[in-house]
Design a protein around this ligand. Structure first.
Ligand code: IPE
Ligand code: IPE
Ligand code: MG
Length: 246
């Protein structure tokens, strides 16, 4: 185990602050979401050049359904448009897309577009882009628990074989390595129900910059900060420096 991490393999981002960005400009919140989309596009473009293999973006939480209907509709519309406009370019750039979250609340057309994006981008090798929509960490834990119960009931999983590895396979993120680095923009210092299981040992980085203003330079600052961390996973600094496991 390396004492000082070099580049994070998996970066997870809560892209927060779109609404405030718009308010500061006297614009509707939807304009902030549009500007946020542009910031996301640039970070996705740059991520592979920084050795990142997986980029997870929180686009719409299970709790965001509680926002005013007009904002929810604007977000759904923007999401659909963005998917339609970006998909060819993403595929050409070798980006594999995976959506995580409860899709059932979204219009059928958007659900179909998500499935199509996952299918056509399936061979992408440069970057895996995980987009969390209708996602909540608690939702994911509950649906994993239900899946485990079904497997125990149908006899394919003995109860005493339920361990962390088995549990993890039932999560929407099953098979993905945990995020090495978690970034939240917009000034709040909270997880807001993102990747509750997966962030157990992630390095946390909070930026006061509102998401639409978050440039590649800000992103590089976060990566730089990460390089200075010592990841111990419960061990002592001495153990980690020696690269020993015990
Ligand atoms: C994040 O920005 C985008 C979504 C949650 C969809 P916000 O819309 O939460 O922006 P603020 O936090 O109100 O500024
Ligand atoms: C988290 O931001 C969700 C997304 C960025 C998609 P919120 O703005 O919804 O989080 P809270 O409500 O401030 O915790
Ligand atoms: Mg917010």
């Amino acid at each position: 185990m390396a004492a000082i991490p070099t580049e994070p393999r998996h970066v997870a981002v809560i892209m927060d602050g779109n609404g405030r960005w718009a308010r500061h400009r006297g614009l509707p919140r939807s304009a902030g979401h549009q500007a946020g989309l542009e910031a996301a596009r640039e970070i996705v473009r740059q991520a592979p050049q920084h050795g990142i293999q997986i980029l997870s973006l929180f686009a719409f939480s299970s709790e965001n359904w509680l926002r005013p209907k007009t904002e929810v509709h604007a977000l759904i519309r923007l999401f659909g448009q963005a998917l339609e406009q970006e998909i060819d370019r993403l595929v050409q750039n070798g980006i594999q897309i995976q959506f995580i979250g409860d899709r059932s609340g979204f219009p059928g057309r958007l659900q179909a577009a998500m499935l199509n994006a996952e299918t056509v981008s399936g061979d992408g090798k440069r970057l895996k882009l995980v987009i969390a929509v209708g996602y909540g960490g608690r939702w994911d834990l509950c649906q994993a628990a239900r899946m485990l119960v079904r497997r125990v009931r149908d006899g394919t999983l003995p109860e005493d074989r339920i361990d962390e590895t088995e549990f993890e396979t039932c999560l929407a993120t099953g098979g993905l390595p945990d995020p090495d680095l978690f970034i939240r923009t917009g000034g709040e210092r909270r997880i807001s129900n993102f990747l509750l299981w997966n962030l157990a040992y992630s390095e946390l980085y909070f930026s006061d910059t509102l998401w639409p203003d978050f440039t590649v330079a800000h992103f590089e600052e976060a990566l730089n900060d990460y390089r200075g961390r010592q990841r111990r996973f419960g061990r002592t600094p001495g153990q980690v420096r020696c690269g020993r496991q015990a």
